[in-house]
Design a binder for this molecule. Structure first.
Ligand code: AMP
Length: 305
């Protein structure tokens, strides 16, 4: 069993979906990813929090045995994100992004974590993601996520980032926007040509696609009828993907496929409730059962004609 280092945002989110309206709830790319990873492997979370960050959220992270000793406490307000979803819940609409302490965050990886084997650079300023990479000692697997906010404001930095990571995790809208084509296989090929080994394209309720230079894998989606709030689906996907790979310490192609399914399964649970509420009450047995259900959806025999 190996461990995971997650770097990302720690946020207070205000979210409106057709199923409710919540203010200042726990969120952030780093939080969703670390909580999802913690179901499988020891997890450390690094990111900035402000002086107003509620202590009960730190207690929750501790209850999941997530290491928070290297969180940076900065004098100022915590990062805040506000958004809403309409009936097409694959599309988040940002109302406001208040970077707050994120603008002062200077990631410092403690010596004890520099050799972390499995690292997830959750969605955060790509300049910060590069600063983290500069401090790492040859991770076995380095995966990064991003979003439209950074694609629009820091495209050149993202180009540098992609050269240095093993896999990128992006949703379908983001990779289309970044590679400036509506065609996802073409966008994936162009992205890999920029210098990473592969890309996982998350397609919300339609599953996920894994592209490497030479292979392609399509993960089916779970037919989810309990969709409440899609926030954090991508981050919980990424965290679980890394967490499962760290647990098994095997980055061979078969195991990467299993990890893509585990990522989809954890994302499908996360969206059943606001914030981290569903993951708070999730049991390992439920993960195993949903994994098996998803496995069944894509079994079919060869053609006999
Ligand atoms: P997702 O998995 O893409 O739904 O990520 C949702 C989380 O990303 C929310 O909890 C937000 O706090 C966080 N977030 C929103 N905007 C940004 C941003 N520009 N950079 C980093 N994290 C963000």
């Amino acid at each position: 069993m190996s461990s995971v280092l997650v770097v990302g945002t720690i946020a207070l989110d205000s979210i409106k979906t057709p199923f409710g309206d919540k203010k200042e709830i726990l969120g952030g790319s780093g939080v969703y990813a670390a909580v999802a990873a913690s179901f499988f492997a020891g997890t450390e979370l690094i990111g900035p929090i402000g002086a107003d960050f509620p202590p009960e959220h730190l207690k929750f992270l501790a209850s999941r045995k997530i290491g928070t000793a290297a969180l940076q406490k900065i004098d100022g307000p915590t990062f805040r994100w506000g958004g809403y979803y309409e009936y097409d819940m694959n599309q988040a609409h940002t109302l406001e992004t208040k970077l707050n302490v994120l603008t002062q965050f200077d990631p410092q990886i403690p010596d004890s974590l520099k050799a972390s084997p499995y690292v997830f650079l959750a969605n955060i300023d790509p300049e910060l993601q590069l600063k983290v990479i500069g401090q790492l000692k040859k991770p076995k697997l380095l995966v990064a996520d991003t979003m439209n906010f950074w694609i629009e404001s820091k495209r050149d930095v993202l180009h540098k980032l992609i050269k240095q990571v093993d896999y990128m995790v992006m949703n379908d809208g983001e990779i289309r926007q970044f590679m400036e084509t509506p065609n996802i296989p073409l966008a994936a090929r162009r992205l890999i040509e920029l210098g990473c080994k592969g890309v996982i394209v998350k397609k919300g309720e339609h599953g996920a696609l894994l592209f490497t230079g030479s292979t392609h894998f399509a993960a089916p989606s779970y037919p989810q009828e309990l969709l409440c709030d899609p926030t954090g689906a991508g981050d919980s996907f990424g965290g679980a993907f890394l967490g499962y790979l760290a647990k098994t310490d095997d980055i061979g192609p078969e195991n990467i496929r299993r990890a893509v399914i585990i990522g989809s399964v954890m994302a499908s649970f996360n969206i059943e409730d606001f914030s981290l509420e569903r993951l708070k009450r999730l049991k390992k047995k439920e993960i195993r059962e949903r994994y098996e259900a998803v496995r069944g959806f894509s079994k079919f025999s060869s053609l006999e004609v």
